[in-house]
Design a protein around this ligand. Structure first.
Ligand SMILES: [Fe+2]
Ligand SMILES: [Fe+2]
Length: 327
């Protein structure tokens, strides 16, 4: 009789992927599935190359959604990361799709980083991802705005990390910083700014009510913990440590861990402080609804001196030319 019982929790899950993310003439290393009448059907097995013919057949049949077995997720992620530069330069792929692929890949990478931040390969993968982000954003405001449109409004450490990285690079560019090395060093510091949160329990990170004084003391340690983690891998430039350590410092000297003023903060830290606060205010939390872009910026302007005014102004301009007037 027990044979008839349904197997709870053993059903296979599938991950939807974009057809555009697959490069012609590459071995995919993972099986591809398509959905036919609600059923998952194996379309192409891992060892066969993905050819132009395969791609064309799918396009002819108007199949744009493919699926990967969730057990093969790591292999798919690796494949995409290795091909991301080519995907982002492909003229055949619409910008919106590129932004989607870049954003999803960055989020998955950041989940891996937060699970294993001391693992050098994860930091190396983050650096490559930042190069791709910088390249994409430098190609124009349209690229940034397509990223903005698809960015997630749920607040998790990994989405905040990716959003802060995107916003920081775009804001620096808006401020006239065009040097690629500068943007890479800023981008990696921005992406990893909260890596110290990997040491804090989910219970504290996702708490619905205000933190107790003791919990807040633990929370305040994440900038220093982030620096410790990154020091142990020793893979990023010295300047990239500043936003990790200083992103919760405020101009009124009420921030942590060192109560610095704006003039004592590194430029990277002032940028990340602006965009991290903005992202926290405009995303949905368990205990608080999301604010709209310009009301959030208005609140930040009103906190006189906490944030660099020139940066706030440039950020408002970046979010929309008409928005600045409403502040
Ligand atoms: Fe933080
Ligand atoms: Fe953050």
């Amino acid at each position: 009789m027990s044979l008839l019982l349904p197997k709870i929790g053993t059903e296979t899950k599938y991950l939807p992927i974009y057809l555009e993310s697959l490069r012609v003439d590459t071995i995919l290393n993972f099986d591809l599935y398509i959905k036919i009448s609600g059923e998952m059907v194996l379309y192409r097995s891992a060892d066969l190359p993905f050819t132009e013919r395969t791609r064309q057949k799918l396009l002819d049949n108007k199949v744009s959604r493919l699926y990967v077995n969730s057990k093969a997720k790591a292999k798919y992620q690796k494949y995409i990361e290795q091909n991301l530069d080519k995907i982002l330069l492909d003229k055949e792929i619409p910008e919106e799709k590129k932004a989607g692929i870049l954003y999803e890949t960055s989020k998955s990478l950041m989940k891996d980083v937060l699970e294993n931040p001391q693992y050098g390969e994860n930091i190396q993968r983050s650096k490559t991802m930042v190069e791709n982000q910088v390249g994409f954003i430098l190609r124009g405001q349209e690229a940034f705005h397509s990223l903005l449109r698809i960015s997630s409004f749920d607040y998790y450490t990994y989405t905040n990390s990716v959003n802060v990285c995107t916003f920081a690079i775009a804001l620096a560019q808006q401020l006239g910083r065009k040097d690629e090395q500068y943007l890479h060093d800023l981008g990696i510091g921005a992406l990893l700014h909260d890596v110290g949160k990997s040491k804090i329990s989910e219970r504290i990170l996702n708490k619905r009510t205000a933190l107790s004084p003791m919990e807040f003391e633990i929370m305040k340690k994440h900038p220093k913990w982030g620096v410790e983690i990154l020091t142990s891998t020793d893979m990023i430039e010295a300047a990239s440590y500043y936003p990790v350590l200083q992103h919760h410092e405020r101009g009124s000297k009420s921030g942590y861990p060192n109560g610095l003023g704006l003039d004592e903060m590194h430029e990277f830290s002032r940028i990340v402080a602006v965009v991290d606060t903005f992202d926290a205010m405009t995303t949905q939390r368990v205990y608080q609804g999301a604010m709209e872009t310009f009301p959030a910026l208005k609140v930040m302007f009103a906190l006189k001196g906490d944030y660099d005014e020139e940066m706030l102004r440039a950020f408002a301009e970046l979010m929309g030319p008409t928005g600045l007037a409403s502040i």
